[in-house]
Design a protein around this ligand. Structure first.
Ligand code: BV8
Ligand code: ZN
Length: 294
């Protein structure tokens, strides 16, 4: 497929030439960036949702109906995220956040904490769907919330099988979630202040996104031109997160897509102001962002 290859080389050269002069950049990140760290993506073959419908797990109703099931899901997600390591893609974005010659911010849909662990500047990292490592009290009269990296959170939530990343990655066996037991309320994380059940500090379907984050992103988008949005490892199915791509286009910015699955016309360079780099973002992103000098 010489043609595609030629077009990709051309896009790469053009992108890197352009990147030097692009001063205000936004990254929109999805599960694909953490895929090669061993964390399953939500859709596609190894879909995390495959063995469980998202409605069963990532909604307030699911938690109300069966907090034990939902807590086992999130305890398992915390466990595998803590076992995972940030990859070269996470580190490339973290490096860009320390580049003084540009204004840059990352909007991540991921709740796995890997960008923070890669050393991304906190002030420029917006976790718009929350974090697995935030816990919140469910009582309306209590405002307790905490950062919490303990694993297990409670004895009952201890994860049996150790997820052996190397071995499992080779066999392509990604961690699968199978709830094992009926858990009672007192076996779940309880608020240290008022004793009420705690919940994961993530944004569930039907819940609004953290307003502080939305405001911070709006300030960036409205306080100057936006030259480029890097769209990394996201299927673009969840809103309002994926609305930012269109917003940057409307502001006259260019779009660079990093995904294992890119539309043919983007690959062929037929979509205006849009580059497409097909492959594992942990490989393509560092390659394309190597900033050899200012
Ligand atoms: C809200 C936290 C209103 C929890 C998540 C109908 C139409 C449009 C929208 C809606 C609709 N009905 C309802 C809505 C709104 C809804 C929504 O968008 N639904 C979708 C599913 C249709 N949105 C909401 O409910 C949001 N809230 O709208 O509130 C409101 C306003 C005010 C007051 C009250 C209410 C809240 C959405 C947040 C949900 N929480 N996560 C948790 O993680 O458990 S969403 C969760 O799924 C992730 O955070 C992420 O956002 C999403 C997964 O998407 P991706 O990250 O893109 O991952 P995916 O697997 O889909 O794709 C992976 C991609 O990577 C693929 O493209 C693949 O090709 C690529 N890839 C794979 N490997 C690699 C790779 N790329 C590069 N390298 C690789 N190695
Ligand atoms: Zn409380």
């Amino acid at each position: 497929m010489k043609f595609i290859h030629h077009s990709m080389l051309k896009q790469a050269a053009e992108f890197q030439e352009c990147l030097r002069n692009l001063k205000r950049i936004v990254a929109l990140v999805g599960a694909g960036l953490s895929a090669s760290s061993g964390l399953p993506v939500f859709r596609g073959s190894q879909g995390l949702w495959k063995n469980f419908n998202m409605i069963d797990l990532a909604t307030p109703d699911a938690f109300y109906i069966d907090p034990g099931l939902v807590w086992q899901f999130y305890a398992w997600r915390r466990h595998v995220a803590l076992q995972a390591q940030p990859n070269a893609g996470h580190k490339a974005l973290a490096a860009l956040s320390h580049d003084k010659s540009r204004e840059f911010l990352t909007i991540t849909q991921n709740v796995d904490g890997l960008l923070a662990r890669a050393g991304h500047r906190q002030r420029q990292l917006y976790e718009i769907h929350g974090s697995l490592f935030e816990l919140r009290c469910t009582s309306f009269t209590c405002t307790h919330r905490e950062k919490n990296y303990e694993d297990p959170l409670t004895e009952a939530l201890a994860q049996e099988e150790e997820f052996d990343r190397e071995a499992d990655m080779d066999t392509g066996k990604l961690p699968q979630f199978t709830p094992t037991k009926e858990l009672l309320g007192e076996e779940l994380p309880l608020c240290p202040v008022c004793g009420t059940l705690m919940r994961p500090g993530v944004v569930w379907f039907g819940e609004s996104l953290p307003l502080r984050a939305l405001d911070g992103i709006d300030n960036f988008l409205e306080s100057g031109p936006v030259d480029l949005i890097l769209v990394i490892g996201t299927s673009g199915t969840v809103y309002p997160a994926n609305g930012y791509v269109e917003r940057v286009r409307q502001l006259g910015g260019k779009v660079a897509i990093f995904n294992t699955d890119i539309e043919a016309e983007v690959l062929a360079g037929q979509v205006a102001d849009t580059w497409g780099f097909q492959g594992d973002a942990a490989v393509t992103l560092p390659e394309m962002l190597q900033l050899d000098g200012p």
